[in-house]
Design a protein around this ligand. Structure first.
Ligand SMILES: N[C@@H](CCC(=O)N[C@@H](CS)C(=O)NCC(=O)O)C(=O)O
Ligand SMILES: [Fe+2]
Length: 233
């Protein structure tokens, strides 16, 4: 299997390319990186079947629509996102195939109401979006976010993967790239096993983060799967 972790420095977003037998999927593409991604996919002689969103992003516009125009890929994201223009609406338990491999869809709401985690068929890797970040987690103060749901999603739907399952987040703001279930259970300062739900709620209530700079552009654009118009860079 081909696996590439790709980075957008403007939004500190990770995108992930997975491929088998010439067929690829790309998780969380970024509009500004669509040319880079399309070039890599072509150089590796891959057919991009799907772009997959972990959620409706608040901080960047997805490259999904531009890649669909460029490479004829199809767009998939959660049914619960209620976005316009997707080719497939995903639900908990769905599978997305590429070559002889597949990703399983897990609903992991909390950062937003429609967040998904994609788990590789053998459970060796999972793509958690902004549900679980490395030693952190996504904020819960907009887009129907919910600390109670996020706590349950991480504890019941991520931490129940095997301890050595590698976890790849939607962002990292400090330069870290990958973690494991065991590492986060032991060292996540918000959601590690030593933390109670009350600890977590208190932490999330006191984050006091500024809103993402591009939220007013990004959310409406992403609810159209990044279809361009007035939002093009
Ligand atoms: N400064 C960033 C903020 C990005 C942000 O709020 N990111 C969200 C994910 S979409 C988050 O949950 N961040 C968690 C954190 O910063 O701890 C921007 O303006 O875009
Ligand atoms: Fe996010």
């Amino acid at each position: 299997m081909i696996f590439r972790q790709l980075f957008d420095s403007g939004s500190s977003t990770y995108s992930y390319l997975l491929a088998d037998s010439g067929e690829a999927v790309l998780i969380d593409p970024v509009l500004e990186q669509a040319e880079r991604d399309a070039t890599l996919i072509s150089e590796l002689s891959l057919t991009l079947l799907w772009t997959l969103e972990t959620h409706v992003h608040a901080d960047h516009v997805t490259g999904a629509a531009r890649l669909r125009d460029r490479l004829h890929s199809r767009i998939a994201l959660a049914t619960a996102a209620r976005a316009e223009g997707a080719d497939c609406n995903l639900n908990d338990g769905d599978r997305i195939g590429f070559g002889s491999r597949f990703l399983m869809v897990r609903a992991t709401p909390g950062h937003t109401a429609s967040c998904l985690t994609y788990v590789l068929d053998d459970e060796s890797m999972a793509f958690t979006g902004d549900c679980l970040l490395i030693r952190g987690c996504g904020r819960t103060d907009f887009q129907e976010g919910s600390p109670a749901q996020l706590y349950r999603s991480v504890r019941e739907r991520v931490f129940n993967l095997q301890d050595d399952c590698r976890l790849y987040p939607g962002h990292d703001y400090r330069g870290l790239t990958v973690t494991t279930v065991a590492e986060e259970k032991a060292h996540n300062p918000r959601l590690g096993l030593a933390k109670s739900e009350d600890d977590f709620n208190a932490c999330m209530a006191n984050l006091k983060l500024a809103y993402p700079k591009r939220i007013d552009v990004a959310v409406p654009a992403n609810l159209r799967c990044g279809r361009e118009g007035e939002t093009a860079p």
